[in-house]
Design a protein around this ligand. Structure first.
Ligand SMILES: Cc1cc2nc3c(=O)[nH]c(=O)nc-3n(C[C@H](O)[C@H](O)[C@H](O)COP(=O)(O)OP(=O)(O)OC[C@H]3O[C@@H](n4cnc5c(N)ncnc54)[C@H](O)[C@@H]3O)c2cc1C
Length: 415
């Protein structure tokens, strides 16, 4: 079957690309080995992070680096063998987290985050998916006064760039979240972000919109992609069809470079895996907002399937064996403060944030491979950034001028 463009990967990024290419009049086929939105875009914390105008830097203080060496932190752990192979990219990540470099990276990152919420809002309206909004804003909760005060400064800085917040004392937290137990110094309530009750359902709602507008969704293995003699591209579907197009977008999240490597392009992805588990709600003990326990590095989010606890980062390849020890460690702490009932899932879910050493996503034409494009590397905010990435990439692919300068996100900076 012939199309203008094939998009490989139906996570939030791939679906965002497919919808925006379609909106520009392209005939688009979307292919994934599973139904849309079942990998990392399914299991995340579900926050459309309009406040995240600075990407997630590597903490550079010695205390963090030394405590990480024991591999017992709740927020960050690693597989020694996999992490050893990432030393080069991790060193670049460390250097890019130095204040001056990080400031410039954040300026560039902000141009995407600033458009993220309006981009989702438009799609949610079009997809009739507003019932998936669980709440407005979320809490960054602090246990110690020192950390709280230092985060108040971060919030005040972001306010200068139009990001809104409310500062909460410990007493305010107790009033807003009466089911929390413990002594908290206070919190920052970011008021712009939107919490989603089921991130996978939102990707699926967007994919349905794409189909309603005439797009085709196929199951199949993206690794069957090949060039044709005529200079186009072909890929096989699971039901025996061959899809053909002159242009292809590779949006396979952490698996993207496995495919692009075959065509001579690679980039140093730092995979940061995360786990989640759902818990039943305790009667009479509601949780009103999504809350990040900032000093312990986990999130508790009220969701459709229960209270979802998501963990911090595990440095390990996407396909290495699962080691969900961070869930156990985070649950132990969370149970002392949050109203968590019984575990709901038989096994912890696992997904992989595809992070880049310079913390910025990668999208645009794959260098020296005509007709091949990519969109990946969205790290901690790919659920937030999928639609705006799609909008910008679609503009580039159809010869229009993107709304922001896309050069900082070019695949050319690697490879
Ligand atoms: C615990 C956790 C919490 C997070 N919380 C948030 C949050 O609150 N807000 C936020 O913005 N971001 C969050 N993130 C990050 C976000 O989830 C990711 O950045 C985002 O989901 C990446 O989207 P993607 O479309 O690039 O990748 P994915 O969603 O992983 O999609 C890649 C797709 O490629 C497909 N694929 C792979 N290989 C093949 C193949 N060979 N053939 C066909 N298809 C293939 C997969 O099936 C998958 O559907 C979180 C991540 C984690 C792990």
């Amino acid at each position: 079957m012939k199309h203008d463009i094939i998009v490989l990967g139906a996570g939030m990024v791939g679906v965002g690309c497919a919808l925006h290419l379609q909106a520009r009049g392209q005939s688009v086929a979307l292919l994934d080995r599973r139904a849309p939105g079942l990998e990392t875009s399914y299991g995340n914390a579900g926050i459309i992070q309009r406040e995240a105008i600075a990407p997630y830097a590597l903490p550079r203080d010695l205390g963090f680096l030394l405590s990480g060496a024991t591999n017992q932190r709740v927020d960050v752990r690693y597989h020694a063998g996999d992490a050893a192979r990432m030393l080069g990219p991790l060193w670049d990540y460390y250097r890019n987290s130095a204040p001056e470099v990080y400031k410039q990276i954040s300026r560039e990152y902000e141009t995407l985050i600033a458009l993220s919420l309006e981009s989702h809002t438009q799609l949610m309206n079009d997809a009739g998916a507003n019932d998936l909004v669980a709440g407005q804003g979320y809490l960054m909760l602090y246990r110690t006064e020192r950390e709280l005060q230092s985060f108040f400064e971060v919030a005040d800085e972001r306010a200068k760039d139009g990001v809104h917040h409310i500062k909460l004392t410990g007493a305010d937290v107790a009033r807003e979240e009466p089911s929390l137990v413990g002594a908290f110094a206070g919190a920052v309530r970011w008021t712009d972000p939107v919490a989603i009750s089921s991130p996978g359902d939102l990707v699926q709602a967007y994919a349905r919109l794409f189909e309603q507008r005439g797009g085709a969704v196929h199951l199949g293995d993206a690794m069957t992609l090949r060039k044709t003699d005529a200079g186009g591209w072909q890929v096989d579907t699971a039901d025996g069809q061959t899809l053909e197009a002159s242009q292809v977008v590779v949006a396979l999240g952490p698996w993207t470079t496995q495919l692009t490597e075959r065509f001579g392009y690679t980039a140093p992805v730092i995979p940061k895996r995360g786990y989640h588990m759902h818990y039943t709600r305790l009667p009479g003990k509601p949780l009103n907002s999504t809350i990040i326990d900032a000093e312990n590095g986990y999130v508790v989010a009220p969701m459709k399937d229960g209270l979802r606890l998501t963990t911090g980062a595990e440095l390990a390849n996407a396909d290495s064996p699962r080691t969900p020890t961070q869930i156990d460690a985070a649950e132990k702490i969370a149970r002392q403060s949050f109203p968590l009932g019984e575990r709901v899932d038989a096994e912890p879910w696992m997904g992989t944030r595809p992070c880049m050493p310079d913390m910025k996503p990668v999208f645009g034409p794959v260098p020296e491979v005509p007709g091949l494009w990519c969109a990946f590397g969205h790290g901690h905010q790919g659920f937030t950034l999928g639609p705006v990435t799609g909008e910008l990439l679609a503009a580039m692919m159809t010869g229009a001028t993107p709304r922001v300068d896309v050069r900082p996100f070019s695949p050319e900076r690697f490879g």
